[in-house]
Design a protein around this ligand. Structure first.
Ligand code: G6P
Length: 587
């Protein structure tokens, strides 16, 4: 999604803003812009492309002034054009605005403003905010009033930061994140702590319906009616070093490799948190697990693991579908939300829906300062550190570790989660990346890829297909192996590539039969298994594990590598796949 940032302090704003935007670029990256105030004059530079490209072209980081705002865009309303890039200015450059979210009633507002004589420069919904601020500022000559009146007109989900030519910065949070960074020599207002973590670890997490004004070296926070509200300063824990790629060509590769460490961090849960989480879970009669994208695949794994080991029947629900299926919950139900970012709009909607029915919400979340963590009755942090690559990798395996840890406790240790054994297994798949790199070379011109798995391996087939689609733009489909005969077999012919997730566990005999059926139709079979079989044209070895529940961890890593190397082989930047955003905060 878009990133927004404002800075007011003793230093030049533009270089700080450009650097912050680079750190937050993973959220959205089709256009960039910065506005600063220098001696009462507004300067705006913006254009399409990534931060580094636009900065090179427009030299944004040398703009003068120690007050400014910045934005990276992920287009929703209006194409990817220079004019649609933020900031949007109004009132003859007296006000400029950067926005994240969607203004649902922008069409009505826009036509009303046009009738009053306002001229729009872009096709975005966001520009209405700038003109409304201008309208209400002209009316009241008061920035606080202008912000309050503007908010009362807006419908939808939004966070915005505005800069005024008198040097004031205003920020608003409504259903989209906005955080104030309190540094020694200035203030930040940002959609992500990564926007200011380099300068300060002191943060104020604004609540929904908060407005903040930074002026005269101080900060005020009040609600939409102007009533002051008190928000505490929190210390943010993440290590900045984690945000750099280090020796790696891409964040994605670094994050895949980091899994040896991140699974341990996920494993190390605070006992009191774990107990609270389990207490709520054990008391539930019905358990629904929601998530989007990769996190939904974790929910599917959880459904199997909780069922197989804890004999607990749970339902996995895609967050985007939850409003159609979770609108009639019993009070003794529990919803577990899984999310890396904790800001995915669909996930937050599922949580609101659950809460509105009096149902308790548990979450498994990486960003423990996120909206999801705050809305949950109890949460467990995956402790993966920042995940910058758009495709989820280390956060997925960390989610699985927490699911295993919970299941293990629920079945009194029958699952036998052994940290050392898992690390060893993960290490062995990580060290096999060159096999996958070679395979990716051979497969890179293929247009389609099918992945087959049963039981616990089916969610991994879906996840592998998602990775390949996201990173390499190859059509890929995860198929429940037993469903092959009910349709997909018609697609099997010479040149079709099928990956079979086939370790020697309870699914092996059935799945190997599928491999033969596919091979008999002339297709190429890639076996991902702990043993080589004659039917495999290619074999990706994985270690044999004592318990089948853990295979998803060692299966998904080779698939992450495959997607990564396919992307690199096709000259695609795997960190920033086209049209996608790391955290989708719109519906
Ligand atoms: C986006 C990302 C996916 C991610 C999904 C859910 O679509 O591109 O990689 O899996 O959101 O994100 P969350 O932060 O809720 O896990």
């Amino acid at each position: 999604m878009c990133s927004i940032i404002g800075y007011k302090g003793k230093n030049f704003a533009a270089p700080i803003l450009v650097n912050s935007l680079k750190r937050m670029e993973y959220r959205g990256y089709d256009s960039v812009g910065v506005a600063t105030i220098d001696e009462g004059k507004m300067l705006v530079r913006k254009g399409t492309g990534k931060v580094a490209e636009v900065n090179k072209k427009l030299d944004m980081s040398h703009m003068l002034g120690n007050i400014g705002i910045g934005h990276t865009r992920w287009a929703t309303h209006g194409g990817v054009t220079d004019k649609n890039a933020h900031p949007h200015a109004a009132g003859d450059n007296k006000i400029a605005v950067v926005h994240n979210g969607i203004i649902e009633n922008y069409k009505e507002l826009k036509s009303e403003l046009i009738k009053t004589g306002y001229i729009f420069a872009s096709e975005t919904d966001s520009e209405v905010i700038a003109h409304l601020l201008n309208l209400y500022f002209n009316e009241t000559k008061n920035i606080k009033q202008a912000l309050m009146k503007t908010c009362k007109r807006l419908q939808g989900a939004y966070a915005f930061v505005a800069v005024f030519d008198d040097g004031t910065i205003g920020g608003v949070r409504y259903e989209e994140p906005l955080i104030v960074g309190v540094a020694k020599d200035g203030y930040f207002v940002s959609s992500d702590v990564l926007g200011f973590l380099e300068h300060t670890d002191k943060a104020i997490f604004l609540d929904n319906g908060d407005i903040t004004i930074v002026n005269d070296d101080k900060i005020q926070i009040f609600d939409f009616n102007g009533k002051p509200v008190d928000r505490p300063i929190t210390q943010v824990a993440w290590e900045l070093g984690d945000i750099d790629k280090g020796k790696y060509a891409h964040h994605t590769l670094k994050e895949i490799d980091e899994q040896k460490l991140s699974i341990v961090k996920a494993y190390n849960q605070e006992e009191a948190r774990m107990k609270k989480f389990l207490r709520i879970l054990r008391a539930a009669k019905n358990v629904y697990i929601v998530g989007s994208g990769t996190s939904y695949h974790s929910a599917l794994v959880a459904k199997h693991v909780f069922g197989m080991y804890a004999k607990m029947r749970v339902e996995a629900v895609m967050s985007s579908e939850s409003k159609y299926v979770l609108s009639f919950l019993d009070e003794d139900s529990v919803v577990i939300a899984i999310s890396q970012s904790g800001e995915t709009a669909d996930v937050l909607d599922s949580v609101r829906l659950a809460k509105s029915q009096g149902v308790k919400v548990l979450s498994i979340v990486n960003v423990t300062t996120s909206s999801l963590a705050r809305m949950s009755d109890a949460f467990l942090g995956t402790n993966s550190g920042p995940e910058i690559g758009v495709a989820a990798t280390k956060s997925f395996t960390a989610q699985l570790i927490i699911i295993y840890a919970l299941a293990d406790r629920l079945c009194r240790g029958k699952l036998g989660l052994d940290k050392e054994k898992l690390i060893h297994a993960v290490d062995s798949v990580l060290s096999n990346k060159s096999t996958i790199e070679k395979l990716a070379q051979e497969l890179k011109n293929n247009k389609d890829l099918y992945l087959l798995g049963r039981s616990l391996h089916y969610p991994i087939a879906l996840e592998g297909a998602l990775k390949v689609k996201e990173l390499a733009y190859v059509h890929a489909e995860g198929i429940a192996a037993g469903e092959l005969k009910h349709g997909p077999l018609a697609l099997m012919e010479k040149n079709t590539i099928v990956m079979i997730l086939n370790p020697h566990d309870t699914t092996f005999n059935d799945t190997i039969s599928n491999a033969h059926e596919i091979k008999a139709r002339g297709a190429t079979v890639v076996g991902l298994s702990d043993q080589k079989e004659d039917v495999y044209d290619y074999w990706i070895p994985i270690p044999a594990l004592s318990e089948e529940a853990f295979y998803p961890i060692v299966e998904v890593i080779p698939l992450q590598f495959l997607a990564y190397y396919l992307a690199v082989g096709k000259n695609i930047d795997p960190d920033y796949p086209r049209n996608l955003a790391k955290s989708v905060t719109v519906r």
